[in-house]
Design a protein around this ligand. Sequence first.
Ligand code: HPA
Ligand code: ZN
Length: 324
Amino acid sequence: MNFGEIAKTELHLHLEGAAPPTFIRWLAQEKNVSMDGVFDENGAYVWTTFVEFLATYERACEVLKTPEDFGRLVSAVLEEQARHGVVYTEHFLAPDFCGGGDLGAWKEYLAAMVEAAEASPVEARFISTCVRHMGPEQAKTTAKISAETAGGLLTGFGMGGDESQYSASDFTYAFDIAREAGLGLTSHAGEIEGPNSVAETLDALRPSRIGHGVRSIEDPALVARLANEGVVLEVCPGSNISLNVFPDLKAHSITALRDSGVQVTVSTDDPPYFHTDMTAEYKGLSEQLGWTQEDFDAINQTAMKAAFCDEATRSKLMAMFNGA
Ligand code: HPA
Ligand code: ZN
């Protein structure tokens, strides 16, 4: 199999976290912003723990200052995804880094990103994302400006950040605003924290998808609930291994979850930080877990069913993954 050429969906990708290091260094030079401590001597992002990863991520975001910067970032990331066979994607992006919650500024950033996405052959949608460790008040602001701009390519609302901070119910109001606006909902849970974080997230925020959710495997009742309720997991195996959630792919819960009837999809999360890409993810699943083209078709069909897009786009893309 040529793993790069297989057509792929990617639902869980943080736009800022997908920024190629060369792109960030180039912008830093152009803007004279110090990136001391962000890159190692080989030019890779520096971090060891999850919290350090989030800190480096926010440092790198300091060079992304204008709508034009974000437009250029969308183009660079979509170009990279296209090289790995991605035909449909959703990008998480945090309005906190796009004008700090100001509606007028956010509109300009979003317009630049939409323009870049529309120029790409990859079909893309955006999921505006609140940052959990920035707290519920900031999340409300993010939800409000997302609701104001919902539609077009902005089709989802999500939450990332440090899972150990606050409880899911602190963000109910933000998610209610986004739901009211018709945005699809997803939240990170069960990656760093255990299965309780997934159950609490489902109860409090009622998302149709969970970012990661891979530690659900520790609670059989929760696994049954995910299967029964048809909750779709955005699984990012390479990210989980990089963050030591599992030692390797063979020990990863994706197989057990799938075999229990849970709907799984595959994405990269923050590829340069976690030294992965979609080609490497598919290669690993094939070579280490024996996945076949049929298995890849199945996860991509699941992803298109769960995608935050209009029905015409869904059926157009679904036709690519029907195994024909
Ligand atoms: N996990 C949680 N929050 C994040 C991530 C991630 O991988 N990337 C950016 N924000
Ligand atoms: Zn993520």
